[in-house]
Design a protein around this ligand. Structure first.
Ligand code: SF4
Ligand code: SF4
Ligand code: SF4
Ligand code: FES
Length: 872
C-alpha cells in the first residue's frame, strides 16, 4: 500500500493505483475524456491534468501512478485555466449543432463545458469539416465525424473489449478521423458499444436517430431477456412506446457493454404478431373470444380430460416467479410432475442434478474467470454469450488467465486462447475422458493410493479417441494451474450423448477437486433464465418428488398433496401425446414446433394431445396448433426476477402495459386454477418471491429489497460432492460425410430475436456455414446458394465459407424464420448427417425449408382437428 494526499485528504491505496483511481476513492471528481475504466490509459486528451508536488508540469492523473507520500492538487487556478483552454480547443472545431444532435442533453462535452469551460471562445477561425453529411457506417451505426473529439474510446472499445477491430483512425493530430474499413464496418458485430462510449454525438444509433430527446424518455433499469449472461440495461420509453436501450458503466456483470441483441434487439416488444385476445379452435380455425367465453370453454375441456395424464412446458425466458407458479400449477392443479423447460432437448436430470449440486459456482463471473485457467467446453461463446466473451478476452489479455477451449464449433475467442482443441461434433465427451485420464497419469501420484486405485478401476484403461495431443495439452495446463474454472456450453445438451458428457465433466471436476485445485464451474446458458428455471423445479426429477419427506414439506407449504410418480421430460411427454395418453398439454411461452428435432413428429404429437393450451405473447407456430390460446404479458409488461449464469438474481422491471387483452402470466395461472376450483396462494409476484426465498434452498434469505442495483447472489447449497466416478464413453465410430450442427448466431437466439425488426435487418440472409476445404471439394464459393438435405427434409440458404471451420462440419443457425431446420433433424440423432448440393439462385433469395415428402409424396402428417374431439 502507498499513501497519497489529494487536496489535503490522505488515504492509502494499493501500489500501482493511478492518481485518478485514488481521487475517485476520495470522492474527488476529475474530468476525463479519453480515459475509460476497462481500457488501458491513452492519456491523450489532457482533461485530467493535476498538479503534483515537486513536478514542474501538470500530469495526467489517468496515467500517473501514485508513489508513497505523493501530494496532489486537482483544483488550482492553473488547472482550471488549462482545462478551460483544452475545452476551448475542442470547441474550436466542434460544430455547435446541439439542438439537432441526438446526444444533446446527455453529452459529456456539453456537461464538461458547463462545468469547466470558457464562457467566451478565443478561436474565430472556420471550423474543420471532414464531411458535410453523416455517414451510415452500418445498419445501426451512423457517424458525424465533425463532432469527434478524438478520444479513441470507440476504437479501443471495439478492438480490446469486443474483439471486432471494425474501427480505426486515419490522418494525425487535429485531422485524426475515426472510420471503418473503406467507410463501412466490415467486421462489425453491430453491438453499439462504440456508440455507448462515445462522449459526444459523433457515433450514434441509427434506429434511435431523431426519435426522442433524453428528457422526454422514461428510463427503466432491467435485465436483457436474450441470453443467460444477464446483462443489465436501461430501457427508454416515450409515452409507453419503446425507444432505445443503453447500459450503465458501473452496474451489472456487463458494466457498460451489451451485445447487438441486448442493445438493438428489444424492439421485439412492439412485434406485430401479438396474440390480442383469447382464442379457441372452432371448425379447425382459431377464433377470438372473450376471457369469459374462454373460461367456459376451458372449464369443460379440462373436466373432459382430467382422467388422463397432463404435462407442462414453460420457457426459460420467463421470470422465476412465473416459473415457480407454473410448476406449482402443474403439480397441484394438474396433478403431474411432467414438467420441462426446454423446447430443444430433454436434459438428463439424473446426472445434471448431482453435478449442479456438487459443483455449480454461484459467484461473479469476474471472480471465477480470474482463476489461473479457464476451460470452455462446447458451443461458441462469441455467438451464444457475447458479453461473457468480452470478459473472457479481458481475462486472457489483461490478467494472463490461461484460456483453454474444447469445442466442435470454432469461435472468435480462440484467437486469445492458450490451447484450442477442435473435436468432431459430440467429440467433447471422449476428449473430456481423455483429459481426465491424462490428468491422472500426470498427477495421480499426488492422490492417496486407495483413491487413485478406485478411480482407475472405474475409468479403466487408456484414454479413448485420444489420437490427438489436444487432451494432453489441456491436462497439462490444468495440472499446472492452482485454480481452475470450467465453463460449459448448454449446447452440449443437444446431443444424445449429453448424459455421458455430463458424467465425464463430473469426473474431471472431481479429479480437479481431489488434486486440490480451487475450482469453479458455471454453465453458459443461452436463455435468460435457464438456471432460474432449473432452480424453480421446472424440470422433472430435480426436486425429489418421489421422496415422502419432500412431498410432506410441499404439502405443508402448499396446503395440498402432490403426485409421487416421477415426471417425464419433453421427449417422453411428446411420446405420450403420440400414443394417445396425453390429456392436457400446457405450454407457457414455449414453441417446441420451431425447435424440437423432427418437426413432423412434433406436429403430430402436439396435434394428438387431447387439449393443447398455449399461453404466450406472440402467435407462435405452436400457438397456431393449439385448441386454446391465452394472451400473456410479454417481456417488459410484468416484473419479476431472472437468475443469470452466475447465479445472480436480478430484478426485471415493467416498462409498458400489457398489449391488447393480454394478462399477466400469474393472473392467467390463477384463472386456470379457478377453473378447477382451486387457488394458488400466494399469487402476487412479491408473495411468490418470498415463498421461493423460503422453499428453494439456493434462494434462502433473499429479499426483494436486498436485490440492489447489482442483484444478489443465490447460494450454492453445501452438499457433499457426488463422489461417483463414471466409466468413459465407448469409442465413437468415425462419422463419414457432412454433419450438421446448429446453435445461436450473434444476431438470433430464439423466437424473441426473430421478432426484432432491427436484428432482422442486421442479420442479413440465413446462411449455411462450411469449411473452405469442403466448399472447395464440392466446387462451391462463398455466397453460393446451396441445398442442405437430410433424411427428413431439405432447405436452401446461402453458403458462408469459414476458413476456421473443421472439415466435415456444416452449421446452420437455429433461429431464422425462413429456415426451420428442426425439419431436418431426427430425434435422438445429433449431429445430423446431411448432404449439401448446389441450388438455383432463385431458390435461395430468402432461404426456405421444405420436406421432400411434401413435394414428392404429399404430406402424411396432417394435424387432426382438436375441435372434432369436442363434446359440443
Ligand atoms: S458496433 Fe461494436 S463491433 Fe461495430 S464498430 Fe462499434 S464497437 Fe465495433
Ligand atoms: S467517435 Fe466518439 S468515441 Fe470515437 S474518437 Fe470520436 S469522440 Fe471519441
Ligand atoms: S450478452 Fe446476452 S444478456 Fe448480454 S446483452 Fe447480449 S444477449 Fe443480452
Ligand atoms: S483522461 Fe487523462 S489524458 Fe484523457
Amino acid at each position: 500500500m502507498v499513501s497519497v494526499t489529494i487536496d489535503g485528504q490522505t488515504l492509502e491505496v494499493e501500489a500501482g493505483s493511478t492518481v485518478l483511481m485514488a481521487a475517485e476513492r476520495l470522492g474527488i471528481a476529475i474530468p476525463t475524456f479519453c480515459y475509460w475504466k476497462r481500457l488501458p490509459p491513452l492519456a491523450s486528451c489532457r482533461m485530467c491534468l493535476v498538479e503534483i508536488e515537486g513536478l514542474r508540469r501538470l500530469q495526467p492523473s489517468c496515467a500517473t501512478t501514485v508513489t508513497d507520500g505523493m501530494a496532489v492538487r486537482t483544483n488550482t487556478p492553473l488547472i482550471d485555466e488549462t482545462r478551460s483552454s483544452m475545452l476551448d480547443m475542442l470547441l474550436a472545431n466542434h460544430p455547435l449543432d446541439c439542438p439537432i444532435c441526438d446526444k444533446g442533453g446527455e453529452c459529456e462535452l456539453q456537461d464538461m463545458v458547463m462545468a469547466y469551460g470558457p464562457r467566451k471562445s478565443e478561436f474565430h477561425d472556420p471550423k474543420r469539416v471532414f464531411h458535410s453529411e453523416d455517414i451510415r457506417l452500418s445498419p445501426v451505426v451512423i457517424m458525424n465525424v465533425n463532432r469527434c473529439i478524438q478520444c479513441q474510446r470507440c476504437v479501443r472499445m471495439c478492438e480490446e473489449v469486443v474483439g471486432a477491430v471494425a474501427l480505426g483512425t486515419v490522418e494525425k493530430g487535429m485531422d485524426t478521423a475515426v472510420t471503418g474499413f473503406e467507410g463501412s464496418l466490415a467486421s462489425c458485430d453491430q453491438c453499439g458499444n462504440c456508440i455507448e462510449v462515445c462522449p459526444v454525438g459523433a457515433l450514434m444509433s441509427f434506429p434511435y436517430r431523431y426519435k426522442a430527446r433524453p428528457w422526454d424518455l422514461v428510463e427503466t433499469d432491467t435485465v436483457c431477456p436474450h441470453c443467460g449472461t444477464g446483462c443489465q440495461l436501461t430501457v427508454g420509453t416515450r409515452k409507453g412506446e419503446f425507444m432505445r436501450v443503453r447500459s450503465k458503466w458501473d452496474e451489472g456483470v456487463n458494466r457498460e457493454t451489451l451485445c447487438v441483441r441486448g442493445r438493438f434487439g428489444l424492439d421485439f416488444v412492439s412485434g406485430r404478431d401479438r396474440i390480442e385476445r383469447p382464442m379457441i379452435r372452432r371448425n379447425g380455425a382459431l377464433a377470438p373470444v372473450s376471457w369469459d367465453e374462454a373460461a367456459d370453454y376451458l372449464r369443460r375441456r379440462l373436466s373432459a380430460v382430467e382422467d388422463k395424464a397432463a404435462g407442462g412446458l414453460a420457457s426459460p425466458r420467463l421470470p422465476n416467479e412465473v416459473l415457480y407458479q407454473f410448476q406449482k400449477l402443474m403439480r397441484r392443479v394438474f396433478r403431474t410432475n411432467n414438467i420441462d423447460c426446454s423446447s430443444r432437448w430433454s436434459a438428463p436430470f439424473d446426472t445434471l442434478g448431482p453435478l449442479l449440486a456438487a459443483f455449480y459456482s454461484r459467484a461473479p463471473l469476474e471472480e471465477v474467470i480470474a482463476n489461473d485457467c479457464v476451460l470452455v467446453v462446447g458451443g461458441n461463446v462469441t455467438e451464444e454469450n457475447p458479453v461473457t466473451e468480452y470478459l473472457l478476452r479481458d481475462g486472457a489479455r489483461r490478467r494472463q488467465t490461461a484460456l483453454l477451449m474444447l469445442s466442435a464449433r470454432p469461435s472468435r475467442l480462440e484467437a486469445d486462447a492458450r490451447v484450442v482443441v477442435r473435436v468432431p461434433p459430440g467429440g467433447e465427451t471422449a476428449s473430456l475422458a481423455a483429459v481426465v485420464a491424462g490428468l491422472l497419469a500426470a498427477a495421480g501420484h499426488a492422490l492417496p493410493g486407495e483413491t487413485f486405485a478406485d478411480i482407475e478401476a472405474t475409468i479403466g484403461g487408456p484414454p479413448v479417441n485420444s489420437d490427438s495431443d489436444g487432451p494432453g495439452r489441456l491436462a497439462s495446463a490444468l495440472k499446472e494451474s492452482r485454480s481452475v474454472t470450467v465453463l460449459v456450453s448448454v449446447e452440449l445438451l443437444r446431443s444424445p450423448e449429453a448424459r455421458a458428457t455430463l458424467q465425464q465433466l463430473n469426473n474431471l471436476l472431481q479429479v480437479l477437486r481431489l488434486l486440490g485445485k480451487r475450482l469453479a464451474m458455471q454453465f453458459l446458458f443461452d436463455r435468460a433464465n435457464q438456471l432460474g428455471a432449473w432452480d424453480m423445479g421446472v424440470l422433472p426429477g430435480l426436486w425429489a418428488v418421489t421422496d415422502d419427506a419432500t412431498r410432506a414439506t410441499l404439502a405443508r407449504n402448499w396446503g395440498a398433496d402432490t403426485p409421487s410418480e416421477p415426471g417425464a421430460g419433453l421427449d417422453a411427454m411428446l411420446e405420450l401425446c403420440v400414443g394417445g395418453g396425453m390429456g392436457a398439454l400446457y405450454l407457457a411461452g414455449a414453441d417446441p414446433l420451431i425447435a424440437y428435432p423432427d418437426r413432423d413428429f412434433v406436429t403430430r404429437a402436439l396435434g394428438a394431445a387431447d387439449l393443447l393450451i398455449v399461453q404466450d405473447t406472440f402467435l407462435t407456430d405452436t400457438a397456431g396448433l393449439a385448441e386454446v390460446v391465452l394472451p400473456a404479458a410479454g417481456y417488459g409488461e410484468e416484473s419479476g426476477t431472472f437468475t443469470n449464469n452466475e447465479g445472480r438474481t436480478q430484478k426485471i422491471r415493467k416498462f409498458r402495459e400489457p398489449a391488447f387483452e393480454a394478462r399477466g402470466n400469474l393472473a392467467i395461472f390463477d384463472f386456470v386454477a379457478a377453473l378447477r376450483s382451486q387457488t394458488l396462494q400466494p399469487s402476487t409476484e412479491g408473495g411468490i418471491f418470498d415463498e421461493i426465498a423460503r422453499r428453494v434452498p439456493a434462494y434462502q434469505g433473499l429479499t426483494q429489497d436486498g436485490l440492489g442495483a447489482d442483484g444478489a447472489f443465490t447460494k450454492a447449497v453445501p452438499l457433499p460432492p457426488a463422489g461417483e466416478f463414471f466409466a468413459p464413453p465407448p469409442a465413437a465410430k468415425a462419422a463419414g460425410g457432412l454433419m450438421l450442427i446448429t446453435g445461436n448466431c450473434l444476431f438470433h437466439n430464439g423466437y424473441l430475436s426473430e421478432r426484432s425488426e432491427i436484428l432482422n435487418t442486421v442479420a442479413d440472409d440465413p446462411y449455411v456455414e462450411m469449411s473452405a476445404q469442403d466448399a472447395a471439394q464440392l466446387g462451391f464459393s462463398d455466397r453460393d446458394p446451396v441445398v442442405v438435405r437430410s433424411a427428413l427434409g431439405e432447405l436452401t440458404a446461402k453458403l458462408k465459407v469459414n476458413k476456421r471451420f473443421p472439415k466435415g462440419l456444416v452449421f446452420l443457425p437455429e433461429n431464422y424464420r425462413a429456415l426451420r431446420l428442426n425439419g431436418l433433424m431426427r430425434r435422438g440423432v445429433y449431429p445430423c448427417p446431411v448432404e449439401v448440393h448446389r441450388a438455383t439462385a432463385s431458390a435461395c433469395l430468402t432461404g426456405s425449408t421444405s420436406n421432400p415428402k411434401d413435394r414428392h409424396q404429399g404430406t402424411d402428417g396432417g394435424l387432426p382437428d382438436p375441435a372434432s374431439r369436442l363434446d359440443q
